[in-house]
Design a protein around this ligand. Structure first.
Ligand code: TXA
Ligand code: MG
Length: 349
């Protein structure tokens, strides 16, 4: 039985926090909003509770979980050897959509880190999550709340559709603010490496952490092969229907002007692209407002699956700022690129 409770994530009711905190303390699973996406949380100190996350999500056991903390004091309990200098940097980015890899403390079970000696930690910028962690009295291990390989969940209506019956408690708080997951960096090797582009732009993090090394994986390039983080080797963010990334904006506009694709191809693109289209569209928002595009992306992928169209084509966006994360998710959600009408016809055949 899943308890679903509606509350305001910025001003959650005491009763809802108390009920969910009790679930966490008793080793159960709670789906809760963060500023990025919904998380599927359990007591990070309990191996048994965390194992339930993997089965509810159908997640491979070697793909580790992010540990969420509510204040900097809690960091000492989950990670060891954090220098003063690093603490100051973390205080600049937290609470916020930044996850950092640090040496794990012995209190964090191997189940959480997939056997690694490093633990991924973040302090979410969301009042409900912070109060939940505080009230539970333990850090909360939580991956994104989607079933493995599916798009992350950014609206509680999708959490209820996908997880009712699989978890103990779901917070029904509507859409999240950022809509895209946290940025993950690894500072353990002396240099700072981007493991996953996310809601916090790399350019802003470089002002705090110094130069950050980007890899093909950080950009989500389809042809890259060597995973840096365990989760990188798995399929991600995939709608059930085939989605193709248009090789250019003019190409997606050309396709969207052709009546013969009506009912067959769905266009996912900017407001500008959608307003000129003759085909069914899902708008991601203004193409110059990447915050809006990021916020709408995962919900759009889920809504695409509910349409009658055979395949989808999604528009590429610029890769500056949040665009790096947006394009990373789009590339991973896509089955490939499409840049000519001939290849499009073979995908439709
Ligand atoms: O915004 C977010 O980060 C959301 C919210 C709920 O906080 N969480 C999230 O978790 O996106 P998840 O599990 O879907 O993605 C976390 C990624 C995975 O690819 C995982 O492999 C990597 O972080 N990761 C977690 N712990 C790690 C570790 N100890 N070492 C290397 N990679 C790690
Ligand atoms: Mg995920």
């Amino acid at each position: 039985m899943t308890t679903v409770v509606k509350t305001d994530p910025a001003k959650p009711s005491d009763a809802s926090i108390e009920a969910a905190a009790e679930v966490i303390r008793n080793g159960g699973l709670v789906v809760f909003p963060t500023e990025t996406v919904y998380g599927l949380g359990a007591n990070a100190y309990s191996s048994e509770a965390c194992l339930k996350i993997f089965s509810a999500k159908e997640r491979p056991p070697d793909n580790p979980l992010i540990v969420h903390i509510s204040d900097i004091g809690m960091l000492k309990e989950v990670a060891g050897n954090v220098s003063r200098e690093m603490l100051c940097k973390l205080e600049e980015v937290w609470p916020g959509p930044v996850t950092i890899l640090l040496p794990k403390s012995k209190e964090i079970p191997d189940t959480v880190t997939g056997g690694s000696t490093l633990v991924a930690v973040r302090m979410p910028d969301n009042i409900l999550s912070l109060e939940l962690i505080r009230k539970a009295g333990v850090p909360i291990a939580a991956p994104s709340a989607n079933i493995s390989t599916r798009p992350s969940i950014t609206d509680s209506k999708h959490a209820i559709e996908e997880l009712d019956g699989r978890v103990d408690f779901i917070f029904d708080c509507g859409p999240t603010v950022q809509g895209i997951e946290s940025t993950i960096i690894d500072v353990s090797g002396g240099e700072c490496t981007l493991l996953r582009a996310g809601a916090k732009p790399v350019e802003e993090l470089e002002n705090i952490f110094g130069p950050i090394r980007l890899t093909d994986f950080s950009r989500g390039l389809l042809e890259s092969t060597v995973p840096l983080a365990p989760g990188m080797k798995y399929r991600h963010y995939s709608p059930r229907k085939k989605l193709y990334l248009a090789s250019s904006e003019p190409f997606i506009r050309e396709v969207s002007g052709r009546n013969e694709f009506l009912g067959k191809i769905l266009i996912i693109g900017s407001e500008e692209t959608c307003s000129k289209s003759r085909l069914q569209c899902i708008s991601l928002g203004n193409e110059n407002n990447l915050d809006e595009v990021a916020r709408n992306l995962f919900s759009a992928l889920r809504e695409f699956d509910k349409t009658q169209c055979d395949i989808g084509i999604i528009q590429p966006f610029g890769e500056k700022g949040k665009g790096l994360a947006v394009m990373n998710r789009i590339r991973k959600a896509s089955s490939g690129y499409v840049g000519s009408l001939d290849s499009l016809l073979t995908f439709l055949a």
